[in-house]
Design a protein around this ligand. Structure first.
Ligand code: ZN
Length: 97
């Protein structure tokens, strides 16, 4: 999943000039989180961050919904509208929500 993810969302690989590394780490870990692949320690940190960060909570919800709707998601399943939605969400974050 990680390989196609970076292909489908190349903007996730960019490094925004905001000091919010924690949110950036959440974005990078979200696929592992959804797959239950995080270590218990990472999962705790992830959950703790989500509890205090509405942006990442919204992002995770959108990722869950996207995957639920698509079932087994592949880059070809992503419509341009879905990519735009996710990109817009990410831009909102980078602008400070
Ligand atoms: Zn966050």
């Amino acid at each position: 999943m990680r390989i196609w993810f970076s292909q489908a969302f190349p903007w996730l690989r960019t490094r925004p000039r905001v000091p919010d590394l924690v949110c950036q780490q959440v974005v990078e870990l979200v696929t592992d989180y959804l797959e239950g692949a995080l270590s218990p320690a990472d999962q705790r940190r992830f959950d703790k961050h989500l509890a205090g960060c509405p942006h990442c909570t919204e992002y995770l919800a959108q990722m869950r919904e996207t995957i639920r709707l698509a079932g087994r998601l592949t880059p070809e399943d992503l419509t341009p509208a879905m990519r735009t939605d996710l990109t817009d969400l990410y831009r909102q974050w980078r602008a400070g929500g």
